[in-house]
Design a protein around this ligand. Sequence first.
Ligand code: SF4
Length: 254
Amino acid sequence: MCGNCCHDLRLPLTVDEATAWIERGGQVQVLCEALPWLEEPGANDLQAQHKRKRSFAATSGTLPARVIVVLAGTFAGPCPNLGPDMRCGIYEDRPLVCRIYPAEINPFVPLVPSHKGCPPEAWAPSTPYVRHGTIVDAALRDLIARSRSADEREAPLKREVCAALGIDRAAVSNEGFVAHTPQAAELHAALKQARASADLPDDARTETSWSFVSNQRKMVDVLVSVGAQGEFVDAASESPPAAYEYLGFLAPSA
Ligand code: SF4
């Protein structure tokens, strides 16, 4: 009831949640990251296996790649569903990620209370939230499993959404995201269409050549030198590209 976690967010949504978010008048962005994919990871490379499951195969020029897409309900200030009394106006229908917070969905991100917006008393009930690194509440563990499963299952649908909207730029994985902001009606139609064509065979699907976007000049040069399409984005430029927003984790390097 503090409402701290309901402000200034890009909220990861499933395909159906994103559709409903738009229908309620909210904004959804398409966040893209990609990584070169020269060979399949070994069974013990758990981080790479995790990325593989939630991504789809693509190419960038002649380079094999995989692309991870997140549909994000985006708002500055309070969530459009947050009431003045700090109650969620869609509590029964709120997205999975809202039910899971403050737990982490990514299995490689540890839960650190000081990184969360929760007030101190939220961490002081008689039953611990986490015991020996495991979430105590079985229902919450089930929600996390559902969220991860949707993330994996919906990667091909997101590929279709991007193809329908002409989205073909992604940040280099671990450097940031490229945030695309399609028109709500167009994104809504693409989400519906992707859901309807979920059973199409792979060879009936659209092939897109993706461009890697980076604010690290050396990274762009290396990718281009091995056959990829690369695009340097200069945050200091007076005319940044209008087609997307670059959300970089690293300081720009020319
Ligand atoms: S949908 Fe509800 S719980 Fe989720 S951020 Fe908005 S107000 Fe908070």
